[in-house]
Design a protein around this ligand. Structure first.
Ligand code: HEC
Length: 455
């Protein structure tokens, strides 16, 4: 989150950086797009910033950065995005470098080079320089959306809403529960999910919660479980999702949403050792005073059996400022598992370990959240309001979702009968999701729910 003081710091930093570069440039040629900037864009930015780039959980990068004309137009904003650390988007502090999958850190030298390129007038240079460096404006390897239209490749099962969900003009926040029908004959037996991908119908999809696919929110890619880790998709004619729509209300703001989901399953003979479990770890019962620029809340969670921690997903709303997960081992030693110093509501990252992390029984997780409810927070919907835990985006939340599994291997062979406890849990989770909220009836044109409190 970029507060005013951060902006000021950034500006000062910018002036300093500029000064440094002006002296360096005295004996260096001006950097050019093809010779210097393009390789850095390719490495750090083009995965998202390309023509027909990926849908990063409902948002798209606004311009291709392997295109000189575009990069030139955006040059001042590129410099700003780099100085403020807004791009490349990632929330975990540098101290975590190397720990999480899909991390995005730009090297200091590369960042300085891009800024020098902007300051030097965003020069084009010669196309042949790009050729000689093998960085001609093509997509970086592996970042092109596969022909299937899904990042997970060829899905084994695709589901989508039966009808478009209409989100009327008046809506700001709305959380309907919607069922995606499973095509007949497409899913005859319970299957173990190895990968799942949500394809939200647009940026107004604030987030999607489902038992089988994890949580779909802006900034999150597909779910890929480590080998031997899985989530059971029971045999069921429906897959239930809780949608959360958020947009500016008003005339002509209505949108329609046709969200889709795709799955890849384990094959017969594969072994599932770890059945993925999740816990939202919500913390309630606090009030953030109006105008408070640094309100802290804390919570703890006791780990009762040995687990492998797979990932962490901090969640707050617009007043969220920073978040920390810290582990206290049974011997009292402490370790920061995740430090997000500049929480940004628009980018809800899931921090997924490269290697699942062993957490011994008897440990305590200490979670801390910081909020900025002052007018200095430019995302703050209303600095004059005290704020408590609640489902609307204008309320707040202090959640610390974790995905994990007990360390003891289950040794479940795919294709053999699935133990009752595993089947039951998978089924009850989806049932609970249905029971918790009235199912959305797309044929009804009665919008009385608009005045009701969300579940
Ligand atoms: C994970 C995908 C991703 C990566 C990697 C990424 N961007 Fe972005 N970028 C986005 C998305 C999505 C937006 C639009 C959302 C927004 O503007 O907040 C964006 C917006 C921008 C903007 C416009 C910001 C503004 O103030 O309007 C700039 C400039 C930018 N990116 C530059 C970069 C640069 C430079 C890099 C590499 C160093 C980079 N981005 C890497 C996804 C990405």
């Amino acid at each position: 989150m970029r507060s005013r003081s951060d902006q000021l710091k950034a500006t000062i930093l910018g002036i300093l950086t500029l000064a440094v570069f002006q002296s360096v440039k005295a004996d260096n040629e001006n950097p050019t797009f093809y010779a210097d900037a393009l390789p850095v864009f390719q490495k750090n930015c083009v995965a998202c910033h390309q023509d027909n780039g990926p849908d990063v959980g409902g948002i798209f990068a606004p311009m291709p950065l392997n295109d000189y004309e575009q990069a030139k137009i955006w040059a001042p904003l590129i410099k700003n995005a780099l100085i403020t650390n807004y791009m490349p988007p990632w929330g975990a502090h540098e101290r975590h470098r190397g720990e999480f999958k899909g991390e995005r850190y730009i090297d200091k030298k590369e960042k300085e080079l891009l800024i020098a390129w902007v300051d030097g007038g965003a020069l084009e240079g010669n196309l042949s320089d790009a050729g000689s460096k093998g960085a001609l404006a093509s997509n970086s390897a592996g970042t092109t959306l596969p022909e299937s239209g899904w990042w997970i490749g060829d899905p084994d099962l695709v589901v989508q809403f039966e009808d478009e969900v209409y989100v009327p003009d008046e809506v700001m926040d709305w959380q309907p529960t919607v069922q995606m029908p499973v095509p007949e004959g497409a899913h005859e037996n319970p299957k173990w999910i190895s990968m799942a991908e949500l394809d939200p119908g647009g940026p107004w999809v604030h987030h999607i919660v489902s038992s089988h696919m994890g949580v779909g929110v802006p900034g999150r890619g597909p779910f890929t479980y480590p080998e031997g880790w899985g989530v059971l998709l029971p045999q069921d004619p429906f897959i239930t999702v809780n949608m959360h729509y958020h947009k500016n209300p008003g005339e002509n703001t209505a949108v329609t949403d046709l969200t889709r989901a795709a799955f890849k399953f384990y094959e017969e003979g594969d072994v599932i050792d770890h059945v993925v479990e999740t816990n939202l770890l919500p913390h309630r019962g606090w009030t953030i005073p109006a105008g408070d620029s640094n309100f802290e809340v804390n919570n703890t969670y006791d780990i009762e059996e040995d687990i492998y921690l797979l990932s962490m997903g901090p969640h707050m709303h617009y007043r969220g400022k920073a978040m920390r997960y810290e582990l206290e081992y049974p011997d009292g030693e402490r370790e920061v598992l995740l430090w997000v110093p500049d929480y940004d509501f628009n980018w809800q990252f899931l921090y997924e370990y490269e290697e699942p992390k062993l957490i011994p029984a008897g440990s305590t997780m200490h979670m801390s959240w910081w909020f900025d409810n002052s007018e200095g927070n430019r995302f703050n919907p209303d600095p004059t309001q005290d704020v408590v835990y609640g489902p609307e985006t204008t309320d707040e939340m202090a959640n610390a979702r974790i995905y994990y599994a007990p360390t003891t291997p289950r040794g479940l062979v795919v294709g053999e009968p699935i133990p009752e406890d595993v089947l039951n849990r998978a089924a009850t989770e989806d049932m609970a999701r249905r029971d918790r909220a009235d199912l959305f009836d797309p044929s009804a044109d009665d919008f009385s729910w608009l005045t009701e409190d969300s579940p």
